[in-house]
Ligand binder design. Structure first.
Ligand code: ZN
Ligand code: ZN
Length: 357
């Protein structure tokens, strides 16, 4: 854990700051190991402090990496930042994507003149994008568990059950198999409802002949999995099969393009190009994929405007879709880890169009 703080410390000067105030709880967990809901850290070459309030003192003693000096503060942690600062003039970075305008104002008022506050962006997120072997192992286990839950769901059948019922079964099954929780509320969307990429499950039964988009994930040791399969409830029409094959071709091409050195934009373009060539470019309105880790959406992004360059240790999804309003949706999503040699697909489920009863 302290190696992460070391890597961050090495990058502070490059970001134009002498120290960094870490307030985002996910970044805080990544750097210190702390999983509570009130805490912050201050990191500088000469100082490493972790601050929490009395409710979390014992938890912090167990969880927080020993390279951090632990301090106890009132519930309003910002008041304690001043006391943890290194001496002298200081360019103090703060996480501009995670600090509210109100908190910024308070911080400015609480800190002495000698401290210049500088917004930084993505510093810890870029470290998080490159997973350590232990992180990949947790994601792999979460993926296996989620795979097993879908297989059980399909075996029990989809037709005649409501989307909400199916989503609940998935969630229950993942928890029963050891997941801490879901990565996000599962999506189960049949027929025309599948054309909404972020559909919420409804109290509507899946009908024979529907394509059903199922997007779900498990969280294990803090790490997420993320997968989508589109299942045929009963037999699918020829048109539905055609669209499914198109999305599958795009997904396989996208997976092939995932390699160290490729940019997020290039990988997106490979998959999107196939869908555009078939005349459905307008029906694929989201990015091709995203990083997955402590959060289900994190760096790097595979998208039309992504400058991210892929490197070994990245864990990303590849998830093209085609959405035909009022008719059907198809999305196929796998989770992939980049290795020194190329890529390994973590998702273990078949991508042939599965027909469930
Ligand atoms: Zn997903
Ligand atoms: Zn996803």
């Amino acid at each position: 854990m302290s190696a992460r703080a070391d890597r961050l410390t090495e990058r502070l000067a490059g970001a134009g700051v002498d120290a960094l105030l870490v307030t985002d709880l996910v970044n805080l967990r990544y750097l210190t190991g702390y999983t509570g809901s009130n805490g912050l850290a201050l990191i500088a070459p000469s100082a490493r402090a972790f601050i929490t309030d009395f409710r979390y003192v014992e938890q912090a003693a167990e969880e927080v990496d020993a390279s951090f000096e632990r301090r106890r503060a009132s519930v309003d942690l910002l008041e304690a930042v001043k006391g943890a600062l290194p001496a002298g003039e200081l360019r103090l970075g703060f996480e501009e994507a995670h600090v509210s305008v109100r908190e910024y104002g308070r911080l400015r008022g609480l800190l002495p003149e000698r401290v210049e506050l500088i917004g930084v962006h993505g510093l810890i997120e870029r470290l998080r994008a490159v997973k350590e072997p232990g992180e990949v192992a947790a994601i792999r286990e979460a993926t296996k568990l989620a795979d097993a839950a879908l297989e059980a769901l399909i075996a029990r059948g989809l037709v005649g059950k409501t989307e909400s019922e199916l989503a609940l079964q998935l969630e229950f099954d993942m928890r029963r198999r050891g997941a801490e929780q879901t990565s996000f509320p599962p999506i189960v969307a049949g027929g025309g409802h599948g054309a909404l990429p972020h559909a919420s499950p409804r109290e509507v039964e899946v009908r024979r002949g529907d394509l059903v988009v199922i997007d779900w994930g498990a969280r294990l040791d803090g790490y997420c999995s993320d997968c989508t399969r589109t299942i045929a409830a009963g037999a699918a029409s020829d048109h539905a099969r055609e669209i499914y094959q198109l999305v599958l071709d795009a997904q396989l091409a996208g997976l092939d393009a995932v390699a160290p050195g490729a940019s997020g934009r290039e990988v997106d373009k490979v998959a999107r190009g196939l869908i555009e060539a078939a005349g459905y470019g307008e029906r694929f309105g989201h990015g091709l994929g995203h990083g997955v880790g402590l959060e289900v959406h994190e760096a790097p992004r595979l998208a039309q405007r992504s400058d991210a360059v892929l490197e070994p240790g990245n864990v990303v999804t590849v998830e093209p879709g085609v959405y035909l309003p009022g008719e059907l949706g198809v999305r196929i999503e796998d989770l992939v880890v980049l290795t020194g040699r190329g890529r390994e697909i973590l998702t273990g489920l078949s991508k042939e169009l599965t027909v469930s009863h």
